[in-house]
Write a protein that binds this ligand. Structure first.
Ligand code: ASP
Length: 412
């Protein structure tokens, strides 16, 4: 019997995950069968994420070194940097503006009161973090002993060291050819492991979605339903209309072709809520399905997974306006501009792991004098919101790699 393609298997995994999750909810959260199923799903889902994380650091390291070395060899690196960072900033700005508009139109948070959430806020203490502190910490975290960064799984620091190493290798030219060849081979070996991990991806995704659905707190979801729907709806507008439109205008690729190629990565990001864990699959989709040239994908995708987060930027801005409405503060134009920029920094600084955006959001709230404790209200629904925003985050990376590739062609 011929198995369906991996793409189809992953979709089936997601479908069954949702159906089984809803089925277990219908049986009841406290029933023995639900509890043992959630335990098994939790174990399986965590193992899948562990497998992805196992290859993550070697993959980020080798792919950036090799990507930079190949680009530098063609002397295109300046333009690639410019287009890549330009696209990242542009797409995050659009996402934030969308969030600000949607929050104004739908006035999320109005009609709710802080006192309604005393219970959630009671046992929560927000860590103070000003923009200046955050910035200093961010810069300080960029340059780290590479052995420590590799061992601790510090993706951003690994990216920075790999960028330096890639440039140094090329400047050294023929003298360092062996080191470069070694890293190229290592990258191919890690990609082989990614292919093996993909075999279990449909099961991992199914397990993660079962756990996600069963562990939602329904009462809170209902109270916050307007905010949840507005954030999800705006994220969808960005992911289904804005990004594909930019892609179509620049490259002529239709949304259907894009989604067909990007599907495995989008579903994995949705289920894992982690851009980093999804990175091996994002890279595979960009190179194999979307035909982004290796050297461009190997540079843009890992960099994007750590700094380019459209979904997170959108969420941070929407949450700031939600909290402002909740406590009855009207933010003026200047304050909204501050939200716009801090949300962008907060998204850039957030690591690609589940709920990272909630941590950096403290800074956004404090930048305009909103109570940071209010994020305790959003924490219980964050796992749900994290699904779509992580998918939008990595969609931005894949669209970015295609756009950069096209812009480079046009400039020739
Ligand atoms: N989970 C997101 C990601 O990995 C980050 C966030 O919490 O917004 O891309």
């Amino acid at each position: 019997m011929k198995l369906p393609t991996l793409n189809t298997q992953i979709l089936l995994g997601a479908f069954f995950g949702i159906v089984i999750g809803l089925g277990l909810l219908a049986i009841g959260k406290d029933s023995a069968i639900t509890q043992s199923s959630v335990y098994a799903a939790g174990l399986l889902g965590t193992l899948f994420i562990d497998l992805l994380k196992m290859v993550l650091i070697p993959l980020v390291f080798t792919s950036i070194v090799v990507g930079v070395a190949n680009l530098q060899a063609h002397q295109k690196i300046h333009r690639v940097w410019m287009f890549t960072l330009g696209f990242f900033a542009f797409s995050m700005l659009i996402a934030i503006v969308l969030a600000l508009l949607a929050s104004h139109i739908f006035k999320t948070g109005q009609g709710l009161h802080l006192e309604m959430f005393q219970h959630a806020m009671g046992n929560f203490e927000a860590k103070q973090q000003s923009l200046a502190d955050f910035f200093a910490q961010f810069l300080h975290g960029l340059f780290v002993n590479p052995v420590a960064a590799l061992a601790q799984g510090n993706v951003l620091a690994v990216v920075v060291f790999a960028l330096f190493l890639g440039i140094a290798l090329v400047i050294g030219g023929e003298r360092y050819r062996n080191s470069l060849t070694l890293l190229q081979e290592l990258l191919e070996i890690v990609m082989q492991m990614v292919r093996w991990i993909m075999v279990v991806a449909p099961f991992g995704i199914m397990a993660l979605l079962i756990k996600l659905i069963v562990s939602q707190e329904l009462a809170l979801l209902v109270t916050l339903s307007k905010f949840v729907v507005v954030v999800m709806g705006t994220t969808l507008v960005h992911g289904v209309i804005v990004l594909p439109l930019i892609l179509y205008l620049v490259t002529g690729m239709t949304p259907l072709t894009f989604w067909h190629g990007a599907r495995e990565a989008l579903v994995t990001a949705f289920a894992t809520s982690s851009s980093s864990a999804t990175l091996p699959i994002t890279l595979r989709c960009a190179e194999h399905n979307l035909h982004v040239r290796k050297e461009i994908a190997q540079f843009v995708i890992p960099l994007g997974a750590t700094v380019n987060m459209d979904g997170t930027a959108l969420y941070e801005a929407a949450a700031a306006l939600f909290v402002a409405n909740l406590v009855g503060i009207e933010l003026n134009f200047l304050q909204q501009l501050i939200v716009l920029f801090t949300a962008m920094f907060a998204a850039i600084g957030a690591p690609g792991i589940p709920s990272a955006g909630m941590v950096t959001m403290v800074m956004v709230l404090q930048s305009v004098g909103l109570p940071a404790e209010a994020i305790a209200i959003l924490l219980p629904v964050d796992r749900l919101l994290d699904t779509l925003r992580t998918a939008a985050n990595i969609e931005g990376d894949m669209v970015g790699s295609l756009v950069v590739q096209q812009l480079l062609k046009d400039k020739k």
